[in-house]
Design a protein around this ligand. Structure first.
Ligand code: AQP
Length: 344
């Protein structure tokens, strides 16, 4: 079993995570989440990975684009190394239990908890009155995504840490209010050299799907020339690379590129700097481009190939949803019984 999943909890180890099919799947999603999903796939533990389309519609999505992005994300999961026979791959809206449990959690979570979420504040911005109710309640649906499977471990990027703490708070409050030990207290798994990949144009902002500048991110569908061009144009500083990680402390853009290199090479920042310390960016950037193309080009080629067979992708999602429902339905039934719903 994966080392990150050693647990003393009475719940059977089970991994769940999701990504929104909101287009522009990028290197941050890959290094912070998708690559970790693949690392955690194992023969002796259930892993469920979800295209969270219901989260995606908390902000406007063109229906045709959403359908395409959901299939493209599924293709990305498979191309990155997830095996639909080992992991359960499905889209959230095909398993109604997510929304059903989310309603129960809407009644457990407190308004104040939601108002403190930095993602809500960032995404709603100054115009909170005009943001969707779904965007506000997003973390309760995310808690339901995880707890409907009694998942014990959730691989995510650094930006999701606060939502996972809220998931734990919801599980603790539910268990306490009803005097049960029904939901596990989930562990976030935030590991690797690139848990927070930053924008290529601004080292203080995370790489994000919704950044209006395409040059700020490497998309998983970018070809080799585009990847090389974006890395060549990435913001840096004029100094040579240091030989130790502490030399990157005040240099966010330099740190970001070294973190990306280390994560792609499956090594540590110290090991990278031992090799490249003293080099100028004019020498380091081509090394990074070569590595990025070597790792990402096979994934984008495979994604494009898989997208030719839309029926096959739909079949994988439907079969994943059936398997997911087999786990979710009895947990929802038990939850309804605990809450006092007649007929559960
Ligand atoms: N920059 C990042 N570095 C590391 N991990 C990241 N993740 C996202 N951005 C980075 C991780 O990817 C997973 C899926 O994210 P998501 O699509 O569900 O939502 P998000 O975090 O809102 O992604 P974006 O790209 O930032 O989208 P927008 O622009 O819509 O806000 C999560 O595990 C996340 O941690």
């Amino acid at each position: 079993m994966n080392e990150a999943v050693q647990t003393s909890s009475p719940f059977t180890p089970r991994v769940f995570s999701g990504i929104q099919p909101s287009g522009n799947l990028h290197l941050g999603n890959y290094l912070g989440a998708l690559k970790r999903f693949v690392d955690m796939q194992s023969d002796d533990m259930q892993t469920l990975y979800c295209m969270v389309d219901m989260h995606a519609i908390t902000v406007w999505q063109n229906p045709e684009d959403l359908r395409r992005a959901t299939r493209e994300l599924c293709a990305g999961f498979i191309a990155a190394g997830l095996d639909p026979n080992k992991s359960i791959l499905f889209n959230q809206s095909q398993v109604a239990e997510h929304a059903q449990l989310a309603w129960v959690f809407n009644c457990v979570a407190r308004m104040g908890w939601m108002q403190r979420m930095t993602q809500w504040k960032d995404k709603a911005g100054k115009n909170q009155q005009n943001a969707s109710l779904g965007l506000f309640a997003y973390p309760a649906l995310m808690a339901a995504d995880i707890l409907i499977y009694h998942a014990t471990h959730v691989p995510v990027g650094e930006d999701q840490k606060q939502h996972l703490e809220l998931t734990r708070d919801i599980a603790i409050k539910f268990n306490h209010d009803y005097g049960v030990d029904h939901f596990p207290i989930t562990e976030p798994v935030i590991e690797g050299a690139a848990t927070r990949v930053m924008s290529l144009r601004d080292g203080s902002k995370k790489m994000s799907k919704s950044d209006p500048s395409d040059a700020s991110r490497i998309n998983m569908t970018d070809d080799a020339d585009t990847i090389a061009k974006k890395i060549r144009k990435a913001k840096t500083d004029p100094d040579a690379l240091p030989s130790e990680a502490k030399g990157l402390e005040e240099r966010p853009e330099a740190r970001n590129l070294v973190n990306i290199y280390a994560a792609l090479a499956d090594t540590t920042v110290d090991a990278v700097l031992a090799d490249v310390g003293g080099k100028q960016f004019s020498e380091f950037k081509p090394m990074l481009s070569e590595l990025a193309v070597e790792k990402l080009a096979p994934i984008s080629t495979e994604m494009a190939r898989l997208m030719q067979g839309q029926d096959e992708i739909d079949r994988i999602l439907a079969s994943g949803a059936t398997r997911a429902r087999e786990i979710a339905a009895p947990i929802l039934k038990k939850t309804y019984e605990i809450v006092g719903m007649v007929g559960a």
